[in-house]
Structure formats: C-alpha cells, structure tokens
Design a protein around this ligand. Structure first.
Ligand code: SF4
Length: 754
C-alpha cells in the first residue's frame, strides 16, 4: 500500500492514498467494532477526523475529504467565480471541468458543436482561462459528457469524489463513492474545507444469477427504480453486491449507478471486481488496477455487513423493462408493456428513439445496438422512427467509428449527435411535432420528467436499454416486443430479431480520437481570466462586505413569505439558467416565486420607503441603493429543493441581512451562512404570526454566539408598542467567523493570507 500510483494519467503528483485510507479505516473499525458495508469503508476512510467524528448512519453529519471534484459547464461558472473570490492561487483538491451541457442538438454532431462554440464562446473562454489559472483540468466542448470522461479517466476503486451534477454517481461503476452536490459544496472542497454530508443509510441490493438475451444492465436499475420509487433512495447509498455483480461489465455497472440518481439516492456503487480491473486496463490505467488488487480486501463489504434495507434480484429471471412515461419509477416489464400502452392510452406510434447519453453510451451499449441494427438491415429493414445516437465521449465516438458500429447505426437511419448532453437536458431543437401534440419517444437516458427532453408537456418519454430503443425504433411502435413478436422482412416473410450481442471492451483498445483536453500550463501566474465587463452572462464576483460590528436597526421586511418557499421560488431555473455566471443579472429572479402574505401574490411587495407596490428584486435594489438592509420572513422548511447556491448569493448581493423563518431546509441554511447572511429561526414558531409584512425590525447581531439565542425587536406598523422575539440559530464557532468576515470565502481568504 505504500506504492505511489497516480490517480489519473492526466495529472502529475496526485496519488491514490490507500495507505492513509487504510489507517483511517482501522481507527474507525476499532471504534465501531462491527462489520462495515463497502460504502461505509470508503466514507469513513475519507473522514477529516476519524478519531473524533460521530458516526451514526442516518443521523451524524460526516466531515469528509474527497479525492476529486468534477464540474459541468453550467454549474462550474458560479463555482469558479466564487472560488476566485477566495483569492487562492490554485484549487486544493484535484478538479476538472467538462463542457457538455450547453450544446444544442439540431442537425448533427459537427455542425451543432460549431454552433455551440460560437453561442457559448464567452462561457467557454472564461472556463478555459480560469481552469488554466487555477490548475483545473479542462475538457473542451466535444470531449464528451462529464460522467463518461470521469469513468474513462478519473474514477478509481475506493475513491471519494463530488461533482456538481446529479449523475456523478456514474463513477460507482468503478467502485467509487461519487456524489452529486451543489456548487457551494464544490467550492468548499476546491478551497480545502471538508465536505459535510449526513451519514447515509445503506440500502443493499443483492444480485444473483446471470443475465441473458435481451436483458441488459439498465434493466437492473429500471427494476430497482420500480421497487424503491423516486423517493425511496433519499438519504441512502445503494450498495450492490452478491455473485451477480461479477457478470456485469464495468460500464454496465456505471449505467446502474448513474440512474440511481432517479430514486433520490446519495449515490450507488459496486464492489471492486475483475471487470473493473479489465476496464482500468483497457483505459490505460493498469497500474491503478494492480494497486486496487493490493487493497482489494477493503474494496468490498465485510462479511456480515448489515444494510438498512435489503433487496434481492435474480438476474436469471429479470425481464427487460421500460419505465415511464413522465416518471422514471413507473416500471413495466416488456411482457406487459403492450397492455399498459393500451390501458393507459399512451400514443402507440413511436416518433423518436434516442440512444447514448452519459447513462448508456459504452462500447458494449453501442455494439449491442449495432448488432440489432445489422440484423434488421440484413432483412432489408431500417429505423421507422427518427433515431439519434449520442456518443458519451470522443473516445467512444472515435472507437465505434473505427470499429464500424457508428456506420451501421447511421446506415440504419441514425443521426449522430455531438458528444454532449443534447436532448437529455432539453438541448434539442425538435421539429417533428408541434408543442402540445401528444406523442411518444423512447430513450436510453435516465430522466424522463415532463418536458425534459423537448419542452413539450405532451411528449410521453420512456426510458429503457439501448437494445429496446433500437428494436422499438425499428418497429416504429410501442406495441412491439422483440422477444416474442415477429417483423416482416423486405419480401414479406416473418422473422424474429436475434438477441443483441456485443463486446464489453474493444478488442483493439480504445481510439482516443481528437485531443480535447487542456491541461493547466506550467506558468499559471501570467494567465488572465477572460471575463468581458460588458458580458451579460458572466460577472466577476466581488467579495461581500464584512459585518460592521453593530446591531442592525429599523430594517424593513422585504417579503413575508407564506407557505412553501423552495429554492425554485427563491431563484427560479428555466430561462434564468443562462445567467448562472452573472450574479447581478440572475438576481432579477430573486424570490419572484415566493407568495407574499400581505396579498397572496407572487412578486408583488410594498416598498416601505415609497409606499409603491413593485417586484421583489426591484424593491430590494431600491433599498440597497438607499443603504437600507432588509430581512425576509419565511415559513416552514424554507429553502427546500435543489441545493442551488444562487438562492443564498442573490439575497446577499441585493443587501439582505437575515432570513427569519419557522424552519430551514438544512442545505439552504448552510448556504446562507456561507454567504454571510443570517439564517435565524423563531424560538416560538407561533411568533411568525405576530409579525406583519409592514413592520420594521431591529436585529441584535452583536448577540450572535454559539448556542445563544438572538433578540429581534419588532416595531409594528400600526404604531402599537414594540416587542421582542427570540430567534435561534445553529452557528458553530467557525461559522460565526463567516458572518463576521462577510462570507465563508472571505474567511478562507483571510486565513490563507495569514
Ligand atoms: Fe445530465 Fe443527461 Fe448530461 Fe447525463 S447526459 S450529464 S443526465 S444532462
């Protein structure tokens, strides 16, 4: 274990530290004295403080030291802008950025990529220069989808990584704990703070038997999604184990882990096995495979390890599944699918079949898909529906081009899209149906929520294996079961498709294709980060002001929000995503979805200085201009939903002082603290009702201390006597410093400068 093996061929000096992991694990083992699951071993071997950390699954908050960070281009913008404001010369944890989300599918790979390069030029220029400056590996547009690139180049057994994308768990196919996080968490780890996460529960999935015929790895997760539903994995890691795992390809295991995001799981993973070794070998990382073999005893669960829940699946009996429409957990075995189509009146005609994406674009997937297409073409048939192919990476694209699968899929009628997310994330200029027209599409992707692919709420999107996508595309209908139904060949004779076949790994090795990687240069100090001052998509972040050391008197309530206020209400997505890298512009969506208690309406509040009714962001800007700090009053579980850091940055940017609520969603509460906003809760939840939207408040900020409440004095608008309310908070010592310094990043910058 003392050997030095680099984490990836692309970087020098970043080593896999099995020795340290082993030492940490031994400390935790002595403390817990019980068998551990594999996921627990990885988590506990990455603890910041293995001696002192509380460890209780589902309860404690773990402070962890991830090995790597990966960001996609949409989320990387604000993460890097924030990191820059910390004033550090380079990232403290190896990090990569991947350009994949901003490429729209329109007419085919080459042209679409060119178009994206011109539309997104300023974003790509910013990412490329900032990566160069801060020692971040940069994967250019056209390189492929983040999760595929990570599996091919960065994931390793026993490692811990975080990524600013929900399908980061894909790396569990190489035995890694890989978790999707918000930008704020990524910034912490880039800046050398530990990453905090609630100790997950562990759901075991025991696989026995062996798959055959039309059943593919995807069917395992389609089945599990049906069992656990979209909420069933929340707060848990799904740990696959059992003899059935050894028959799956590494990329197949990646597919299963990838789509674990659809059941809300923290992540999913498989134990290290020979198939992972073979994949490491094929992707030029034999040294990592050998090193992992030397640590293999800790790269699977202990005998007798206990799971919080256990599911067993016999692969010999597993049928191919199709999930959907509109939700990934509506699982239907192929034998019952025709009946379900009829019973539910789903549109029978299949308009489009789409294969590939980060979920299902391995060499094995493409080879099996091509084998079906080949079989069909030998009978004189081609795709009846529109058919698209999205390679997950340039390496996959180049390899299937060299080995012929790409040509087969094109001859079959496929349009090859860019190596990017494309239709999976709605980057699809779809023209074959009108908006609102009910229609069916089927893909090998992972997510199929309403409108996700083409923004048409009437599109019935199904997800399945690439094998079934090709078969259904061939039939042009959802009423086709390739296991039992025959097709008519060009001469009118009936025939049954052969079950798909395909190698897991290319016999002649992978072809890397075009070079799409930009390594950080030797001389980074002279690199200047490209941000145009006139850009409306990017804006350098100025550090927030430190606290002035005083109580804050006579503040207006910007809005007293009523009922559910999610991060979507605080910082809406949709068209606003374009401004993710421009804090001032995106702040024009601040709280526009929150319901004002005063009038029951969204985005209509009274400006207390003018008496006029105006939009929330405009009112906040007016206060800011006049040098007036303001507060937000909110209800229960304020800030639930996706962990968007913009929801905390925007109120801070527009001059907010505090958010005072009945209760917080924990991540949003922490995000507010990080940005120097005060998240406070009513000690008596009923006090929420005592405050009226037009009241003014004084906040005794000088009282802020660990474990002590803070006083708020309320000056009622009706002129009645002022009264005090007690507010609680969850600040610890270091977090109090965040408040005093103006933000967590200011604190890091200050400490780094000392
Ligand atoms: Fe996310 Fe789809 Fe891109 Fe995968 S292909 S990273 S699921 S948008």
């Amino acid at each position: 274990l003392t050997k030095k093996v680099e984490m990836t061929p692309w970087e020098k000096g970043h080593f896999i530290n099995y020795q340290k992991m082993n030492e940490n694990l031994n400390i935790v083992r002595q403390r817990l004295n019980r068998p551990l699951t594999y996921a627990e071993k990885i988590l506990y071997s990455h603890l910041d403080d293995p001696h002192g950390q509380d460890i209780e699954r589902g309860k404690s908050y773990l402070k962890l030291r991830p090995d790597r960070v990966a960001c996609q281009d949409a989320t990387a913008q604000m993460a890097i802008l924030q990191f820059m404001s910390a004033g550090m010369p380079s990232v403290a944890t190896p990090t990569t950025v991947h350009c994949d989300h901003l490429i729209e599918a329109q007419i085919g790979g080459e042209k679409d990529l060119e178009r994206a390069q011109s539309i997104n030029k300023e974003v790509y220029d910013f990412l490329s220069t900032s990566c160069a400056k801060y020692n971040i590996g940069f994967w250019k547009p056209g390189s492929g989808i983040i999760h595929q690139i990570v599996l091919e180049n960065y994931a390793f057994p026993g490692g811990l990584m975080i990524g600013t994308d929900s399908h980061t768990p894909n790396a569990g196919g190489l035995g890694m704990v890989a978790v999707g996080v918000g930008g704020a968490d990524a910034v912490d780890v880039m800046a050398n703070l530990p990453w905090e996460v609630k100790a997950p529960k562990i759901i075991g999935v025991k696989l026995t038997g062996e798959m055959s015929g039309w059943t593919a790895p995807k069917d395992i997760i389609l089945k599990v999604a049906g069992i656990l539903t979209v909420k069933g994995g929340t707060g848990a890691i799904i740990e696959y184990h059992g003899p059935g795992t050894n028959g799956l390809s590494c990329t197949g295991m990646g597919t299963i882990c990838n789509m674990g995001a659809e059941i809300g799981a923290t992540t999913s993973l498989f134990p290290f096995n020979d198939r992972m070794y073979d994949y490491l070998n094929a992707t030029k990382r034999k040294d990592i495979g050998d090193f992992a073999r030397s640590y293999a005893a800790e790269l699977h669960e202990d005998e007798g390890a206990e799971y919080d829940e256990l599911i067993e699946i016999n692969l010999s009996e597993l049928e191919p599944h199709i999930n959907g429409p509109f939700t990934p957990d509506l699982a239907t075995p192929i034998s019952q699918f025709k009946d379900a189509v009829k019973a539910n009146k789903w549109p029978e005609e299949l308009k489009v079949g789409l294969i590939g994406s980060c979920t299902n674009s391995s060499y094995e997937d493409m080879s099996r898909a091509a084998s079906i297409a080949e079989d069909a073409m030998q009978h004189g048939l081609k795709a009846k529906s529109m058919f698209t192919v999205t390679p997950g990476s340039e390496q996959i694209r180049a390899t299937i081009e060299r080995d012929g699968q790409l040509k087969t899929l094109e001859d079959f009628g496929g349009m090859v899209l860019a190596n990017a997310c494309g239709p999976c994330i709605g980057q699809w200029d779809r023209r074959d149906v009108k908006k609102g027209e009910p229609n069916s599409i089927i893909s090998s992707y992972n997510r199929n929520f309403t409108g996700r692919n083409d923004a048409n709420p009437a599109t019935h999107a199904f997800v399945t294996s690439p094998d079934l996508v090709v078969a259904m595309t061939l039939a042009g209908s959802l009423n086709f079961n390739p296991l039992t139904d025959t097709l008519k060949d060009k001469d009118g004779n009936d025939f049954l498709l052969k079950a798909p076949t395909g190698e897991g790994l290319p016999a002649n090795g992978y072809d890397p294709g075009r070079d799409t990687y930009q390594a950080p240069p030797e001389d980074r100090a002279s690199v200047s980060v490209a941000v145009s001052p006139t850009s409306d998509r990017l804006q350098i972040l100025e550090p927030f002001d430190a606290w002035n050391g005083k109580d804050q008197m006579d503040m207006p309530i910007l809005i007293k929000a009523q009922g559910k206020t999610t991060t979507d209400h605080i910082s809406m997505a949709g068209p606003w995503l374009k401004y993710r890298g421009h804090l001032d512009n995106i702040s024009n969506n601040m709280l526009i979805g929150a319901i004002n208690e005063a009038n029951g309406e969204a985005n209509k509040v009274k400006n207390q200085t003018t008496g006029e009714t105006d939009a929330v962001p405009a009112t906040a800007r007016d206060y800011k201009k006049k040098g007036i700090k303001w507060v937000v009053i909110g209800d229960w579980n304020y800030g639930e939903g996706s962990s968007r850091e913009h929801a905390a940055l925007e109120p801070r940017h527009l001059g907010g002082m505090a958010v005072i609520v009945r209760s917080f969603a924990r991540i949003h509460e922490t995000n507010l603290k990080k940005q120097g906003m005060l998240p406070l809760t009513f000690a008596e939840p009923a006090d929420y009702d005592k405050i009226k939207p037009d009241d003014k408040v004084d906040l005794m900020c000088t009282e802020l201390a660990v474990g002590k409440p803070m006083t708020m004095r309320v000056h009622p608008a009706d002129g009645s006597k002022a009264f005090d309310i007690k507010l609680d908070h969850t600040y610890n010592e270091p977090q109090v410093e965040w408040f005093k310094n103006g933000s967590a990043l200011n604190t890091m910058a200050k400490n780094a400068g000392q």
